[in-house]
Design a protein around this ligand. Sequence first.
Ligand SMILES: CC(C)(COP(=O)(O)OP(=O)(O)OC[C@H]1O[C@@H](n2cnc3c(N)ncnc32)[C@H](O)[C@@H]1OP(=O)(O)O)[C@@H](O)C(=O)NCCC(=O)NCCS
Length: 133
Amino acid sequence: MISRGKIHRPEHLEGFVVEDAGDWIGLLTFLIAGDECEVTSLDSLREGQGIGSHLIGKTIEEARARKCRRLFLITTNDNLNALGFYQKRGFEIVAVHRGAVNESRKQKPSIPLLGYHDIPLRDEIELEILLNV
Ligand SMILES: CC(C)(COP(=O)(O)OP(=O)(O)OC[C@H]1O[C@@H](n2cnc3c(N)ncnc32)[C@H](O)[C@@H]1OP(=O)(O)O)[C@@H](O)C(=O)NCCC(=O)NCCS
């Protein structure tokens, strides 16, 4: 996956998994660099059961324990569900990187032109929580 022009390979990152009888039903990966923790992916396979909230809560704890100043993530302009989900959990929008997905598409042509709700997929939206460590 690509965020802020950087390629991340989730299998090489740290993360948390939620399991049910050995099946993975939730996965969050993150990357700590300096005093910043980036959530590089978050996927829940059983939505609306608290899995996403639990994974975010664990990551806030981990980032605090590792003395991070902020936890941030990138989502895309079409992902209205994620924008609501994160803001309800204390994240604030701190930047809109206009056209960043269009740039990423040059490196990864499989990124579709239309995203959720058939919204043109163009921009990266950066959200953060300050951890006040
Ligand atoms: C965004 C995403 C990770 C949320 O995961 P999730 O497991 O559905 O998250 P939760 O269950 O914790 O919360 C979702 C909603 O279910 C509700 N919920 C939580 N526990 C619940 C329960 N036990 N029963 C019913 N509803 C519940 C929450 O209140 C929340 O609603 P709200 O946002 O209106 O407050 C998930 O939708 C997803 O994987 N999306 C596709 C991938 C994606 O977009 N990832 C983010 C890209 S940056």
